[in-house]
Design a protein around this ligand. Structure first.
Ligand code: F6P
Length: 492
């Protein structure tokens, strides 16, 4: 089993004098002002859940956008700050975007064009020429920040996600012999029928082919990528070595299913702080004596939150005997709220909760509690620990790390996972109760099945899933990618 130590050893043995730089849009830590004081919070989302423990083990530099109100107050002249605050394990270098850049690059091209393009959630992508121009401009800005950091050194660069498709190409143009570049794509890669509508498809593929190594969660996404290349770019696809050669440069493409820090989460979940936080949440929310069903997501239309609420509604229609015996606790941080579809989704969720609660509530009970506050890491684990069932109902998801975090937190071997069959995680977590979020009857039945699962069966499922996540943990994911990356040699 890969451990944090194995990863550290790999870096120590193989990284040598070279720099190690991770690049993403979202920063791992944000500095905010709370009652006039600066507070450092860990960011949300899959990239951070996965990469923060890796970076804490590797002591590299992470380049990302600064967006917190107090971010500039804590950075030095080179825009750097050590994180996390408790142990300063690595360096965060912040890139600053103007309002216009944030709007065009992040809200616009990344999240109104590429995000819906890659997820089959039946939301139409919006391609605006001006958003694309900002996307190009910000990718160049990231390239400058990375090159500034590299200086005269040689460096291994590890780029994250769909915000930075053009970065590999810009970097290779700026420092052809100094960089070995890998890129991990954290969301699905669509099939060609979906991808071909993108007006900038050739530029995107061209940018990604500057990588030396390109990773997706599952083999199916790699195959979709090969199809796109086959149809759009003159190149040689080598199915045996799983690589693409174009103009003398070879890009290796590989599936690497992402995961979480199983051992770290397991250990903290047993701590007194987490147990105390669990007690506090039970009291605050009045959960004592109730079966607790959990949902935890960024408020995003790919996560199937309305579908989940409607399944709870159906469950209570069919099984009114569950009233006053269970509660569904949905935790959700507001996300990308300046995009009209996200705003509309937020309103839809509020209205649905209102409607379902009105329909089923009694004098002393309501079925759904919606919470939007930021959870500290300890509170997050406490939240997982108080659930009898965790429901993940994504309409389409590259992997879904909530499912893996929930499993990792359950050292008590308690809890059941109801998991959408449309997540990458469903391919590994075959012992979860699988559900189709589009099928309200089946979905509500799956929740009912989970509620009635015999104790020994439930425990058996959790033990098996803990084995899977324990083995395929985040250090294995990072170790596999970095082992491959460190085999590349710099050009002379
Ligand atoms: O995993 C996909 C992803 O877009 C990550 O890039 C990101 O960290 C996460 O979801 C959250 O999204 P955002 O950074 O837009 O809040």
């Amino acid at each position: 089993m890969w451990t944090k130590k194995d990863l550290q050893q790999l870096i120590k043995d193989k990284m040598g004098e070279y720099l190690f730089i991770v690049v993403s849009n979202r920063q791992p830590y944000v500095h905010v002002l709370k009652k006039g004081k600066i507070e450092c919070q860990r960011g949300a989302g899959g990239v951070i859940t996965a990469l923060d423990p890796v970076m804490q083990a590797c002591n590299g530099t992470w380049v990302a956008c600064g967006d917190g109100e107090a971010d500039r107050k804590v950075t030095d002249k080179q825009d750097k700050v050590k994180v996390p605050p408790e142990n300063s394990a690595y360096t965060l270098k912040r890139v600053w975007l103007s309002k216009e850049e944030e709007n065009g690059f992040y809200y616009g091209y990344s999240n109104e064009a590429l995000w819906p393009l890659c997820h089959m959630a039946f939301e139409r992508p919006v391609f605006r020429k001006e958003d694309w121009d900002y996307y190009v401009q910000v990718n160049k800005k990231f390239a400058q920040a990375v090159i500034e950091e590299v200086g005269n050194n040689k460096a291994f660069i590890w780029i994250q996600d769909y915000h930075l498709c053009l970065l590999p190409k810009f970097l290779k143009e700026m420092a052809p012999n100094q960089l070995i570049i890998s890129h991990f794509w954290h969301i699905p890669w669509p099939n060609y029928e979906a991808f071909r509508i993108c007006p900038q498809r050739k530029e995107i593929l061209d940018g990604l082919l500057a990588n030396d190594l390109l990773g997706f969660h599952i083999r199916y996404h790699c195959d979709n990528f090969f199809d796109a290349i086959d149809r759009e770019i003159e190149s040689k696809i080598n199915r045996e070595s799983f690589s693409i050669v174009r103009r003398g440069h070879e890009t290796f493409v590989r599936p690497y299913p992402i995961s979480v820090d199983f051992a770290g989460i397991s250990e903290i979940s047993d701590s007194d702080d987490v147990l105390k936080a669990k007690g506090a949440l039970i009291e605050e929310l009045g959960l004592c004596g109730l079966k607790v069903l959990l949902g935890l997501d960024r408020i995003d239309y790919t996560k199937g939150i309305p579908e989940r609420l409607l399944a709870i509604d159906r469950l209570l229609e069919k099984h009114p005997e569950l009233k006053e015996k269970m509660v569904f606790l949905q935790m959700g941080e507001i996300s990308r709220i300046h995009i009209p579809k996200y705003k509309a989704l937020n309103d839809e969720i509020n209205a649905l909760v209102e409607q379902i609660n009105w329909k089923h509530s009694t004098d002393s009970w309501k079925p759904i509690l919606l919470m939007r506050r930021h959870l500290s890491f300890h509170e997050l684990l406490a939240f997982y620990r108080l659930g009898d069932i965790c429901i993940v109902s994504s309409l389409h998801d590259g992997m879904n790390l909530v499912a893996k975090e929930f499993i990792s937190s359950r050292t008590d071997e308690g809890g059941i996972l109801v998991l959408s069959q449309f997540t990458g995680a469903a391919r590994e977590l075959t012992d979860a109760v699988l559900a189709n979020p589009y099928d309200r009857e089946q979905f509500s039945e799956a929740i009912f099945t989970a509620l009635n699962l015999p104790e020994d069966e439930r425990r058996k499922q959790m033990v098996k899933m803990r084995e899977v996540v324990g083995h395929s943990n985040i250090f294995r994911w990072a170790g596999k990618i970095l082992s491959e990356l460190l085999k590349f040699e710099f050009k002379e």
